[in-house]
Design a protein around this ligand. Structure first.
Ligand SMILES: [Zn+2]
Length: 335
């Protein structure tokens, strides 16, 4: 994929003087096909599907700088309108994220590395890094938003978060045993380039784990345009099991597993009431009393998110740049 864009807090690509320019994407960003159809429109956006490979994409959208600007702003992490952009209060949901990542890592690492160096790309507040640390990994992170990355350093005591893009980090090639990307590839302008960079950072045979939403899932089809993953300003791509596999393979990675079975997450009743508003405003009103149970949570899996694991090639002629994975001592937890 080679094209790109980023809207602002309001969720619409800005077009005024001095504002980031919206970019219209007419041909398939993945396979280049000119044949596509509009799945649905929600002004000013259209969601298009490629008639050749099945990729979904949003047009128009902002460029790389405009997108980065959106995530840097704290209003993305504490959003007044989380059903269309960002999160209600990302930091406050720490217990839910920690439980979700513990559960997911428990599944995907059954046959994966049990320690060594791990990198979470798009690490946000460091929740996955913390779950990795609990499993004995030396956890590193990359995050474009300084405001949310500060939580990882100040709250969890991580000194291993690079604020900026992966490209701007100076990690050694083949230096990680595990790389994770949760809810990342659908946000970035050039996912293939990102995955190529990630592959270069993986030790031979190292494992990459990513999660993204499946536009062809039964739940997405059932809900149509009301599907809660349609957040047009930020979810600029929608993958299918085949397009995400092709993307990983084109980046030089070998797909191992792809399943929606472990793609569930712990959510609060607050979250359920918010997202229900996307289905029907009356549902949000009906479920409003649930908001009182702020501390309560439930594990939900609509089977509409894919967790895909892929490995870096083993090249016996090129010795690994890092030692055999070993459990490292976790740094002491902050007070
Ligand atoms: Zn295509």
């Amino acid at each position: 994929m080679s094209v790109g864009a980023s809207p602002r807090s309001g969720g619409s690509p800005a077009c005024g003087p001095g504002e980031p320019q919206a970019i219209v994407i007419s041909s398939c960003p993945m396979c280049g096909s000119e044949r596509s159809a509009v799945a649905f429109e929600e002004s000013p956006y259209s969601v298009r599907r490629c008639s050749s490979c099945g990729l979904g994409w949003v047009t128009p959208r902002l460029g790389e700088d405009g997108l980065a600007e959106m995530y840097v702003d704290d209003s993305y992490w504490r959003s007044g309108s989380p059903k269309t952009l960002g999160y209600h209060d990302y930091r406050a949901d720490e217990p839910l994220y920690l439980e979700t990542f513990r559960r997911r890592l428990g599944f995907v690492l059954r046959h994966g590395p049990q320690g060594g160096r791990a990198l979470d790309i798009g690490c946000a507040a460091g929740f996955c890094m913390q779950a990795l640390r609990e499993r004995g990994f030396e956890a590193h992170g990359v995050e474009v938003s300084e405001t949310i990355a500060r939580h990882a350093s100040e709250h969890f005591g991580f000194a291993t978060v690079h604020v900026g893009t992966l490209q701007s980090a100076s990690f050694a090639e083949r230096s990680f045993h595990l790389i994770t990307l949760w809810d990342v590839v659908e946000h970035v302008v050039d996912p293939r380039a990102l995955l190529v960079q990630a592959r270069e950072l993986l030790a031979p045979g190292g494992l990459l784990v990513l999660e993204t939403q499946n536009i062809d899932s039964a739940f997405a089809r059932l809900l149509g345009s009301r599907w809660h993953h349609y957040k047009h300003a930020e979810h600029i791509y929608h993958f299918t099991p085949s397009t995400i596999s092709e993307l990983l393979q084109s980046a030089g990675l070998e797909v191992q597993t792809s399943t929606p079975r472990f793609g569930g997450k712990y959510v609060s009743f607050q979250f359920i009431a918010e997202r229900a508003a996307r289905l029907h405003p009356a549902l949000s009103t009906a479920l409003a009393p649930l908001r009182r149970f702020e501390s309560a949570s439930v594990y939900l899996n609509f089977m509409d998110e894919m967790i895909v694991t892929a490995s870096a090639p083993r090249t016996p002629s090129s010795p690994p740049a890092v030692a055999t994975p070993q459990a490292s001592s976790p740094p002491s937890a902050p007070a």
